[in-house]
Design a binder for this molecule. Structure first.
Ligand SMILES: Cc1ncc(COP(=O)(O)O)c(C=O)c1O
Length: 387
């Protein structure tokens, strides 16, 4: 198998079936094998010297998974990648590889819930304390630094309120105090944001979302320098063992091949739907970094070359009406996660900062026709507006 590197994301996600062992197979074969045998004992011993270089055992290197890892590393402009059984397996492994007992972590306050729970309920068992900071304020981040701050954990944009962090300023701050940086780049994907270029140490992904693109598998990845990925591989990856299965890797490789195209379409439709909602009287504010009304739109434009299609809006409408609206939607399905074909909706009773009891509705815009999606939202709203 070969991996072609190219500056073009489209070229990167392609597959050249040049390896004659695969008979010209146009899809990457699934190596459904836990172990790999060797012809001589000398070869076996040599392979054992680097379990990530030559296939020995699939909790180490599996060729199908390795192919996906190489693609992801190139797409993120990183040196190496490691895939995991889920986004959370990747996130927790990345975090564990950056902290020691007694360290302090700075985490953006709107980071994905289970990630925060890992910091708050799990790492505290090892004397690792976390401070949650408003990631939109560099001043707040600077002020929260402690002498033992070892990690700055970012998620830009965050995936409920879609707040953006200034990646260059964050990595500069981290470097000045000798701390590492991790970013969850699931929303933008490497197609629209390449955080390693801003000096971030490790990029983490839930591949379950846009990379899969078909809502049919769960996976995660960590991407970074060879040094950091090697360190994480020999400890958290090998010892916790949360590896990705080869069938899942094959599904994700399939997803990768259409990722650039899908992201373009998601971006366009997402922005159309968001702009439409912004004009509706029952919508107070749309949280989408691609809209000029977003308070950090200029920063978002500088850091990202495009936008994902998950966004939220704030409303004063009663939760019962929002749920009745969701019930009447045809294209938008009621469900968590995102990144697949189908559009999704979740209604949240989260207080929106100073605004008290307002509701946040999170919409994921899928690959359906934009006019159908907009009509769906409007027609269902007309049926519940006066309930
Ligand atoms: C932003 C973000 N990061 C990470 C995760 C965790 O990924 P997984 O569900 O693949 O473990 C999710 C899942 O919803 C997510 O939304």
């Amino acid at each position: 198998m070969t991996t072609r590197t190219s500056r073009s994301d489209f070229t990167t996600v392609s597959y050249d079936p040049i390896d004659t062992r695969h008979h010209g197979s146009i899809a990457v074969p699934v190596y459904q094998s836990s172990l790999f045998a060797h012809e001589t004992y000398a070869q076996f011993e040599e392979a054992f010297e680097d379990l990530f270089l030559t296939p020995v055992y699939s909790r180490g290197r599996n060729p199908t998974v390795a192919f996906l890892e190489e693609k992801l590393a190139v797409l993120e402009s990183g040196e190496a990648a490691r895939c995991f059984a889920s986004g959370m397996a990747a996130i927790t492994a990345a975090i564990m590889s950056c902290v020691n007992q007694g360290d302090h972590v700075l985490c953006v306050s709107q980071a994905y819930g289970p990630t925060r729970e890992f910091f708050t309920s799990y790492l505290t068992r090892f004397g690792i304390e976390t401070t949650y900071v408003d990631g939109t304020s560099m001043e707040a981040l600077r002020q929260a630094v402690l002498p033992n701050t070892a990690l700055l954990y970012l998620e830009s944009p965050t995936t409920m309120r879609f707040e953006v962090q200034d990646l260059s300023a964050c990595t500069e701050l981290a470097r000045s105090i000798g701390a590492r940086t991790i970013i969850d780049n699931t929303w933008a994907t490497p197609i629209f944001q390449k955080p390693l270029a801003f000096g971030v140490d490790l990029v983490v992904h839930s591949l379950t979302k846009y990379v899969s693109g078909h809502s049919d598998c769960v996976g995660g990845a960590v991407i970074g320098s060879k040094e950091l990925i090697n360190r994480l591989s020999t400890s958290e990856y090998m010892l916790f063992g949360g590896i990705m299965a080869p069938q899942i890797a094959a599904l994700l490789i399939r997803g990768l091949r259409s990722l650039p195209l899908r992201m373009q379409r998601h971006q366009e439709t997402g922005l159309q739907v968001a702009a439409h909602l912004e004009r509706q009287p029952h919508v107070i504010r749309v949280n989408h970094p691609g809209l000029p009304s977003h308070p950090q739109h200029e920063l978002a434009k500088r850091q990202m070359s495009g936008y994902g299609s998950l966004f939220s809006f704030v409303t004063d409408e009663p939760i019962a009406r929002l749920k009745a609206w969701s019930d009447r939607l045809h294209y938008f399905k009621i469900g968590v996660s995102w990144g697949g074909f189908e559009s999704l909706i979740v209604v949240n009773e989260i207080p929106d900062g100073e605004a008290g009891d307002r509701r946040i509705v999170r919409l994921y815009v899928g690959l359906e026709d934009p006019a159908d999606l907009i009509a769906d939202l409007d027609e269902a709203w007309a049926r519940v507006r006066d309930l």
